[in-house]
Design a protein around this ligand. Structure first.
Ligand code: NDP
Length: 292
């Protein structure tokens, strides 16, 4: 592998123009005093294999992987670490000598952001709403961080059941349960929750459907000490967070996970502690209107 003098990092996705990762990582690399750039690589799906194959020759130090490549890239790397295997998706590639290793920082990044907000995960009862990729990372991250139970609710109950079944063997110490979206199922889950994680895309953008989705969730059944997190960060205060806040519940927005996963990628690439304040500031000064 060749090594360029200026370190090159980036994010590979398609489309990738709205990614927030360049502004966040550029600010972080600057704060760390590194001679480095972080760029967005728009790579169409048919070109993914050749893009990954060329990273080493170009001397690239590390990349993030975003939609739609997070699963397909698993077949294109030299090795997968435990985090990638447990989540079943890769969002970070790092070099180990001549090899490219696929890793996943979404799950641990989410848990780190919850802990940094002062919310205890160990022994807590978690309720995850949604059963797509972000929900899966939430279940793995919070279970591995010591949640005592995780209930996953999806409007298609086969999706939540499938998620729970695929993880059942690997998450020892955490009771996993899958439910559908019927009123009694949701109310029962809410009553037993310390931390609720909204992980569907239903709250993306503030519109009538997002309001109807939030109104249908039995937030009133949550205990008064419950914390409500929404992984969506566009808008920062989603319809679910707005309702939870009005009810007097503590809320956490989706920027925490975004920063948490980026911090872990950066630490893996550089061996330096991520400058969280600089990363947060970079997001606050830009528009949080895109994907990562
Ligand atoms: P997926 O498409 O993989 O999953 C979306 C999930 O939302 C599915 O379970 C889907 O169900 C469900 N859903 C969508 N609309 C509704 C609705 N109206 N009612 C009930 N369920 C609904 O997306 P991801 O899991 O990758 O991402 C989900 C959201 O999380 C994204 O919008 C993204 O903004 C956010 N995210 C945030 C991150 C962060 O760093 N903060 C990281 C990754 C994602 P169905 O299959 O039935 O449609």
């Amino acid at each position: 592998m060749t090594t360029a003098r200026t370190e090159v990092y980036g994010v590979i996705g398609w489309p990738v123009g709205h990614s927030l990762s360049p502004q966040m990582h550029t600010a972080a690399l600057r704060a760390l005093g590194r001679d480095a750039v972080y760029v967005a690589f728009g790579v169409r799906p048919p070109h993914l294999a050749s893009a990954i194959g060329g990273l080493g020759a170009l001397g690239v130090r590390g990349v993030n992987i975003t939609l739609p490549h997070k699963e397909r890239v698993m077949q294109l790397v030299d090795a997968l670490d435990d985090s990638a295997l447990s989540v079943g998706a890769v969002n970070t590639l790092y070099r180990d000598g001549e090899r490219w290793v696929g890793s996943n920082t979404d799950a641990a990044g989410l848990a780190r952001s919850v802990r940094e907000a002062g919310v205890a995960i160990e022994g807590s009862r978690v309720w995850v709403v949604g059963a797509g990729g972000a929900a899966r990372a939430a279940v793995v991250g919070l279970a591995q961080a010591g949640a005592s139970s995780v209930v996953v609710s999806a409007r298609r109950s086969e999706q939540s059941t499938g998620l729970a079944q695929s993880l059942a063997g690997g998450l020892r110490g955490t009771a996993l349960e899958a439910t559908g979206f019927s009123e009694p199922e949701l109310a029962r889950a809410a009553e037993r929750t310390d931390l609720m994680v909204q992980a569907t895309s239903a709250t993306l953008h503030d519109h009538a459907l997002a309001e109807a989705f939030a109104a249908a969730l039995p937030l009133a059944s949550l205990p008064v000490h419950a914390v409500v997190m929404d992984l969506v960060y566009t808008p920062l205060e989603t319809t679910v967070l707005r309702r939870a806040r009005r009810q007097g519940l503590r809320t956490l927005d989706g920027l925490g996970m975004l920063i948490g996963q980026a911090a872990l990628s950066l630490e893996r690439w550089t061996g330096q502690e991520a400058p969280l304040a600089a990363m947060r500031e970079a997001l606050a000064s830009g528009e949080t209107s895109g994907d990562r």
